[in-house]
Design a binder for this molecule. Sequence first.
Ligand code: PAF
Length: 276
Amino acid sequence: MKTLRTVAELRALLPEAQGCAFVPTMGNLHEGHLSLVRQARSHGLPVVASIFVNRLQFAPHEDFDRYPRTLARDAELLAAAGCDIVFAPDERELYPQPQTFKVQPDPALADILEGHFRPGFFTGVCTVVMKLFGCVRPRVAVFGKKDYQQLMVIRRMVEQFAMPVAIEAGETCRADSGLALSSRNGYLSDAERAKATELVTALRVLAQRYRDGSGGLADLEAQALAELSTNGWKPDYLTIRRREDLGAPHQSGDPLVALGAARLGPTRLIDNVEFS
Ligand code: PAF
């Protein structure tokens, strides 16, 4: 496996005609990322993973500075998972000038849920993903369902700009406890880690109550928020949306997803559960 720092090196090693399967990451990798790499391998193309902590998607009060940078360990894990190339540019390489051209995603999809609580987040994500696609020129790119809304926003961006890349979804990896693997789990104390499973439990309960017709959606969501708050969390949202476009469910039989974000101590976690 090769670790490359510049777009020129990447272009030299990987001619456009060859194509590749791509897994973009911000590093500090865990089994969830590695499962995306293994999925990318199934295409029989060279596999490229990027590691870049993208300043554009962090608000000033967020964890950009303390986001763990663990390149040496990440490279070992990627090599063992069958990755061929790690593209790990620094900020001067990816943003040699201030990035004044930005992707403005559809507000109907990007200003709700995560975008409501993290304004500008999806502009930052789409801008860097479009730029990474321009550097890596993948035929396939794999994004985890753990970041459900991100996956949908990227899919929509690729459709709207007719970008020549197929977007694939990778399943969320969970610890035995049910906790979704996330780089931010590293911020949790042992006690918080044990408690962190309450988020997915709350989403499963919300989905079950909705399926059972135990109440109107607004009441069930309010109940879920209240229960999580009583348990010491600070939830941003717990909601049920259509999988198709993250709109409010309006007819039975729609494939649905329960999505949530909540703070446990200083750490903000997100998760989701698909159901119908
Ligand atoms: O999901 C992530 O790790 C990031 O949002 C991504 C897609 C690598 C863009 O920085």
